[in-house]
Design a protein around this ligand. Sequence first.
Ligand code: EPU
Length: 337
Amino acid sequence: MQILQNISLKPYNTFGIDAIASHFVSVSNIDDLKAILKLKDYPEKFILGGGSNMLITKDINALVVHINLKGISIISENDDFVTVKANAGENWHEFVLWCLKHDFGGIENMSLIPGNVGTSPIQNIGAYGVELKDTFVSCEGLDLNSKKIKSFDKQACHFGYRNSIFKQEAKGQFIITSVTFKLTKRNHKLNINYGTISDELEQKGIKNPTIQDISKAVITIRESKLPNPKVIGNSGSFFKNPVISKAKYDNLIKNFSDLPSYPVSDTQVKVPAGWLIEKAGFKGKRFGNYGVHNKQALVLVNYGDASGEDILNLSKLIQKTVEQIFNITIEAEVNIL
Ligand code: EPU
C-alpha cells in the first residue's frame, strides 16, 4: 500500500475530468482500509469507488482512498436461489457477466451500467424496469467513526428512486465494502415489459428469451443510446427524472401534448428529464469540448479536456432553461464535488 502524491484522477472518473488528488492510495483489503482511515497525517479523506456518478469540479486536497476490494463468492444456495456476495471494488458489469455465466438471474436488465458494485446501493441503480433493490439482500459498510463493519438489510437502506440512506441520513458516514444479492437459478423472472427491450427481442426474432438474451438486448439498446465512457467521458444520466403533481402535468399537456409521463401515485407523475431537455433545444448541442449527447439528452458529455466547472455551468444553464419553459426543477443525479 503506497500513498502517492499529485495524482491525476482522470482514469478514476468516467467523466474523464483531469482533477488532481494531492494524495492517493488504492486499498484492496479491509485491514488496509481500516489502517488508512486511522492515519492522522491525512485528516481529510475522500472515498472513491467506480467514479461513475460524480462530477469533479476542483482539485482534491485530501487523501483519496480508492476502494479496490475484489472478490465474488457464493454464500448459500438451493435448487431455486443463490445468495452471492460481491466486494465493493468489483466492476458492476463484470459482476453481471459473472452471474450470467453461472446462469444466475435477476440483474441482467442492469447490464452495462458503469461503476462498481460498492456504489450500486448508494443510488439504487436501475434500468429497463429493474432496480438494485429488487435482488438486494444486504450490504456491509465500514463506519468511518467507529471503524467497525455494519450490516444493512434492505429495509435499513431506505431505497427509493435513485436514492438510499447512503445519500440521505448516512451520507458520507460509511464505506460500502460488499453487497449481497439473492438471484434465481431457475424459473428466472424475466422483465421484458420495458418497451425498448421487447422491441429489441422481437427484432432479433427471439420469442422465449433467456436472461443472456435480455442482457444482450440491453447492451444493444444502451450502446445505441448511451456513450461509452471509455470513448466519450460521461456519467450516465446527469439529472433525475422529476416528479410533478398531476395538476401541473394536466396544465402542461395543454401546451405540450406529447409530454410522456409515468405514474408515481394518485396525485403525482414522473416525467422524463431527457424529453424536457430535448424540447429546450439542448440535445446534441456541443460547446467546444463538452456538450449534451446527441442520442440521449439526459447525458452530458466531455469530448476532450473539458473541466468539471464547464460541465457544471452547462448543467446550470440547462436547469434554468427547463425551469423557464416548463416551470419544472430538474435535479442533478450525479454527485457534484
Ligand atoms: N426522451 C426524449 N429525449 C431524449 C431522451 C429521452 O424525448 O433525449 C424520452 C424518450 O423518448 C422516452 C422517455 O424520454 O419517452 C424515457 O427515455 P428512456 O427510456 O431513454 O429513459 P430515461 O428516463 O431517459 C432512465 C434512467 C436511465 C436508464 C433508462 C432505461 C434516470 C435518470 N435515467 O432514463 O439510467 O438507463 O431509464 O431504464 O432514471 C443512469 O441512471 O445513468 C441511466 C442511464
